[in-house]
Design a protein around this ligand. Sequence first.
Ligand code: FAD
Length: 218
Amino acid sequence: GLGLGATNGLGVDGEALDGVADAVDFIEDLRQATAMEKVAVGSNVVVIGGGMTAIDAAVQSKLLGADEVTLVYRRGADRMNASPYEQSLAKEKGVVLRHWARPEKIDAGPDGKVGSISFARTKDEGGKLTDTGAHFTLEADMVLKAIGQTFVPVPLQSSSVEVALEAGRIKAGADRLTSHPKIWAGGDAVAGGEDLTVAAVEDGKQAALSIHNALTGA
Ligand SMILES: Cc1cc2nc3c(=O)[nH]c(=O)nc-3n(C[C@H](O)[C@H](O)[C@H](O)COP(=O)(O)OP(=O)(O)OC[C@H]3O[C@@H](n4cnc5c(N)ncnc54)[C@H](O)[C@@H]3O)c2cc1C
């Protein structure tokens, strides 16, 4: 149950500017904070992504006092991983949801920190995401990246045991047994999962039952 240890980058110029952060780190800081006023938030926040992390980061930014929060997703609302409920919750809290745009570059403001983020408008062409040729720029003093997390197999690679991977994550059966007869895995670290807490908990239950059976010979 190693979870997903790394986050995806945007791969655009300006990503290293002060004020550009991973949404997961932002949420982590928020969760660890002893007082909400200690959590740094911009007044003009742009969140990139379409999943629950993006929604969480956008809603929390608004609740922390940001004036403007815009969530930008590269496809339509129906393709967002965040549920319609989460999307409407974000709108209720004042988050502006913009679709069909992908980040192109991030520019610094006069203070040298992030000042704006530019987008290329996108469209679906036969199932393939392409640019329309149009562009727009949003002012931002904080950009939060929420475009997915990835599994880091380092602990597995550095150990003496071998566990097979599938699509970059641990391969496990319905009983959560891996390719190694004494190792079970579950949650986000496992291939083909739903990346939900409830699924991780269920995996723990199935793995525990399977481990019990293996130990008792049931
Ligand atoms: C911002 C955000 C919002 C989310 N919102 C929702 C939501 O609303 N509903 C929902 O169902 N899911 C949500 N999720 C997804 C949910 O958090 C995950 O699906 C769930 O936490 C997966 O559980 P896990 O046990 O597989 O991994 P994790 O919860 O990531 O736990 C893995 C643990 O393993 C530890 N670890 C890693 N490597 C090692 C090592 N080598 N040695 C020791 N320990 C190690 C990590 O430190 C971590 O504590 C959200 C995720 C994020 C990031």
